[in-house]
Design a protein around this ligand. Structure first.
Ligand SMILES: Nc1ncnc2c1ncn2[C@@H]1O[C@H](COP(=O)(O)OP(=O)(O)OP(=O)(O)O)[C@@H](O)[C@H]1O
Length: 388
């Protein structure tokens, strides 16, 4: 152990260490992985920025308690959301929590990160951890289809012309004003993702999945996440109007729809969706059950975007306590390019301290390593060093 520590402290570039350790992992059994010492104090840093951050507890708080908790990781494209989400899921599973990690990003990379095939929209067990860990990539496009089909039946020409033919033209016009068809073809970006999240939440409510005490979401890049938050307004607005109209029309509208699709009233489907989204909206606001973790990289542009993301999340009252700055260059000497980049990164990180949005968050710095973080052993390594 002392020799290992000595070697670590002498190692100038920690990323070489990860390469060596992960290579070693390839040759040892999964049971022995759990006994491997991961004492690399200099590899990652947790910094408290600002006074508010001092009250934010570390991993002990995240892992404490048996009640289910949801963690959503989000940020700009390519910053390392999937790697951080997968490493958190691996860490939870290794700390006794049956865990599920779900990707709702249409451009999935969870399969690549866990080095397992997750295509097919089914829960897949992940090997090499001490408690059950399951992973799922859901296809938001597929979830969206159902929503569109329900909407098309309502807003499509069929229902409208039928209404006109029986003298309900004025109401048909009102329906037209809602531009439902157009709206369903081009819903606000992020709609597909929240529908996918809604579906996951629905199946998580069933007894079969009650064992999962930690759920980690790897979400789509920032822009989508931001717009995703506006979905309840979208549903309250346009779809809400439709639902109200349904009430007004009562049985006439009901039977019209009934003729078209007796067992499967599209309005009921949309109403159900609205209810479920409202439930998720509540869950998103409960600091005891959910936390949104922002992932960024040490560039001024990414940090500015993270600041805007936090402002929007705060406005929506979504609990946020932590900020990960990923891909921080390790200390270097002899490479002018590297030291310039490092200086630039340090300047960018400094901006966090002066940023009114980000300075209250617990700041985690994760180093850029010289290989892809791929597979459970590498994710365990990343997680053990990052999540403190
Ligand atoms: N600290 C790091 N050191 C080295 N490579 C990293 C680090 N973090 C992430 N990577 C690599 O960067 C790439 C992108 O990471 P990842 O897929 O986690 O990002 P993402 O934010 O989820 O991307 P996207 O927005 O495209 O889904 C991957 O190849 C990953 O292995």
């Amino acid at each position: 152990m002392a020799a290992l520590l000595g070697h670590i402290l002498k190692t100038r570039n920690n990323s070489f260490l990860l390469r060596n350790i992960t290579r070693t992992f390839d040759t040892i059994s999964s049971s022995s992985l759990h006994q491997t010492p991961f004492i690399l104090p200099s590899l990652s840093q947790v910094r408290l920025v600002g006074n508010a951050a001092e009250s934010v507890c570390g991993f002990d708080e995240m892992v404490g308690g048996k009640d289910r908790k949801y963690y959503m990781l989000g940020g700009k494209g390519g910053v390392g959301k999937t790697s951080c989400a997968a490493s958190l899921a691996v860490k939870f599973a290794n700390h006794g929590h049956p865990t599920m990690v779900v990707s709702t990003d249409p451009a999935h990379s969870l399969s690549d990160s866990l080095a397992q095939d997750l295509t097919g929209g089914k829960l897949v067990p992940v090997e090499g951890v001490s408690s059950p860990l399951y992973a799922l990539e859901i296809n938001p496009d597929k979830s969206m289809e159902e929503f569109r089909t329900a909407g098309q039946k309502l807003g499509g020409g069929g229902a409208k012309s039928l209404m006109q033919s029986i003298g309900l033209g004025a109401i048909a016009d009102q329906l037209g004003e809602l531009k439902l068809e157009e709206m369903l073809h081009t819903p606000p970006p992020g709609t597909d993702e929240i529908i996918a999240i809604t579906k996951v939440m629905q199946f998580l409510e069933s007894e079969e999945y009650s064992m999962f005490s930690r759920i980690v979401f790897d979400t789509a890049p920032t822009g989508h996440t931001l717009r995703l938050l506006s979905l309840p307004d979208f549903l309250d607005g346009s779809i809400g109007k439709l639902i109200k109209m349904k009430m007004k029309l009562g049985s006439v509208f009901g039977s019209l729809l009934g003729k078209e699709q007796p067992q499967n009233n599209p309005l009921d489907k949309l109403e159900k969706l609205k209810e479920n989204v409202a439930k998720i909206h509540d869950l998103f606001h409960n600091p005891d059950t959910i936390e949104f973790i922002i992932v960024t990289i040490p560039t001024v542009m990414a940090i500015s975007e993270s600041s805007r993301l936090h402002a929007s999340l705060k406005k929506e009252r979504v609990p946020v306590k932590r900020l990960i700055v990923n891909q921080v260059l390790p200390p270097t000497s002899g490479c002018k390019f590297c030291s310039m980049r490092l200086k630039d990164q340090m300047r960018a990180i400094e901006t966090i301290h002066n940023d009114s949005e980000l300075s209250g968050l617990r700041l985690y710095e994760a180093p850029l390593v010289d290989m892809e973080i791929r597979g459970v052993p590498a994710l365990k390594f990343m997680g053990d060093n990052l999540w403190r």
